[in-house]
Design a protein around this ligand. Sequence first.
Ligand SMILES: [Zn+2]
Length: 247
Amino acid sequence: MFETVQVDMIPAGRANRPGAPLDGPYFITIHDTANPGRGANALMHAKYLKGDAAAALPVSWHFTVDDTRVVQHLPVTEHGWHAGDGSKGQGNLSSIGIEICENEDGNRTDAEARAARLVGDLLYKLKLPIEAVVQHNHWSGKNCPHIIRARKNGWEVFLDQVQTQLNEHLGEVDVPMTEAERKQFEALAARVAELEEQHNMKVPTWAQPAVDRAIALGLIEAPADGSSRDFFRILTIMYRRGLLNDK
Ligand SMILES: [Zn+2]
């Protein structure tokens, strides 16, 4: 499953949407918003990026992720200003920028998990390796994404989550069945077992007299176990119609 992306682009022509092509893209740069305020979610950042303050800096990136949604602000074919490595910097010119929200009224664990899934989706779609995922810190030395960096093994765990999503797209792991799929599968398996049993059954009680007669006549060999339900039914009908009388 791919993450759903809500598109809310910075209008073309704004100072923070240069409209210049993104080189590659060769990298995906991970940021934390460093904005812990209430309501500082993905939608609020989308609004911020369309406003004058962001245009004046200028600053822009491609996606903001919070605990409930992903919002896209720039096409992945255009570069933004998020890496802090200048107008000729590889971070700005060849990487997709993703900001992870840390608003106090949001669930940070969910936001990171969602961001990791988005990154896995992008790696798959753009045919990039896991090594393409870098921290903002990689480009400018800034302590960003600061929450992930501050946590022991934070970056490794985040990359593991990304890899899990990428593997799922590459078909390298089994996607767990949904509850509905599991019930359907179990019903089907039960039906197959039932049919299989009917084709390899012991002599049913109701067919025993017919089977005994047929064996006595030398029509079938004993034991008759392992035949199908249809076979026993036909034998019983023949018996009841008097077709298995002694010669
Ligand atoms: Zn950053």
